[in-house]
Ligand binder design. Sequence first.
Ligand code: ADP
Ligand code: MG
Length: 382
Amino acid sequence: MSALLPGSTIGILGGGQLGRMTAMAARSLGYRVQVMDPDPSCPARFVVDACFEGAWDDARAAADLARGSDVVTLEIEQVSLACLEAAAKFAPVRPGREMLRIIQDRILQKTWLSENGFPVGEFRPIQSETDLQNAAIALGGRLFVKSARGGYDGRSQAKIGFGESAHSGQAEVAETWKLLGERPAIAEKALDLDREISVMVARAPNGETKSFPAATNHHERQILAWSVIPSSIPASLEEKAQRLARSIADKMHLEGILAVEMFVTRDDRLLVNELAPRPHNSYHASERACVTSQFEQMVRAVCDLPLGDTSVVVPAAIVNLLGDLWLDQQPRFDQALRVPGVRLHLYEKHQPRKGRKMGHLSAVGKTPEEAVQRVLEAKDLL
Ligand code: ADP
Ligand code: MG
């Protein structure tokens, strides 16, 4: 296999902020980039050579994208398998169809992890209300229920047994089943978390594999709020987490990058939460913290170039800017940018909506704690 050199064209399925930031890294390396997205004014639109309009299951648009591309990759796992098959007729698709098939269904994904010996929390596949009633008993009363397909940022998810519902017991289960559209789902025991971390790993078609230092992630209402690299976890846990991510990547024959979200429980277990075969929100700080960003690493991986050094240069943190901040008035960026070490990254989304990721602030610091403190201070000034 030979590397695709600068001057080649990379096709990306998806033109959201992740596709946009990948495209910017690819352009810096001298590649041409085109994307496919349902929204003709998607964030990547403004930084790419061409944008093909097509829904996530539009195989014809995927074929059009692939026809003029030397390699096709993706920034969202909801792209249909039919799209990947159509694209694969014209260009290598990295990551490939089989990996996406497993990852895009939470039931298949957790089952694959557990059958391959990777540590996960207790879970049950749910096909009916009865399954959910039984799972609620078997898993000890407090659980997360997640639709098998299509959720992100805590959407298509519900909790049972947290006292948030007007009902309890069987009635709450019935209500949850309805709320999630009576569709296949996965029920997970609610874990007592010490912290959440993620590890980004890259693997090139030639088999070279490299993991990044772990990020520590802080969620609010099940959406990532802020994230920092390095993670400040003990060295032995860091080593274990990176090894885990690399072995998942190898076992899946990854071609591209893969984010492995993990839970560290209060009783010191390291469990895999979920996989994302694309750039990940928790590694936006890699642009500043690491020698090589996740975006450049993805380009190198899908082009079969040597993978970049992932070591930390300086601790860096990011905080997400959700559309909520725009609802009253334009955020006070002039104030936020006064904080030392802070930078702003906006995704050119023209319509702010509650919960919509519009951009992020990043900050470097002498320590991870200082980076977090600065980025949160800057956000408060908005
Ligand atoms: P999404 O695709 O929306 O990111 P996740 O499965 O990662 O879905 O869940 C979002 C967040 O909800 C997690 O990062 C974590 O904070 C919380 N969460 C999810 N599952 C569990 C669980 N089994 N126990 C405790 N917290 C959980
Ligand atoms: Mg998640």
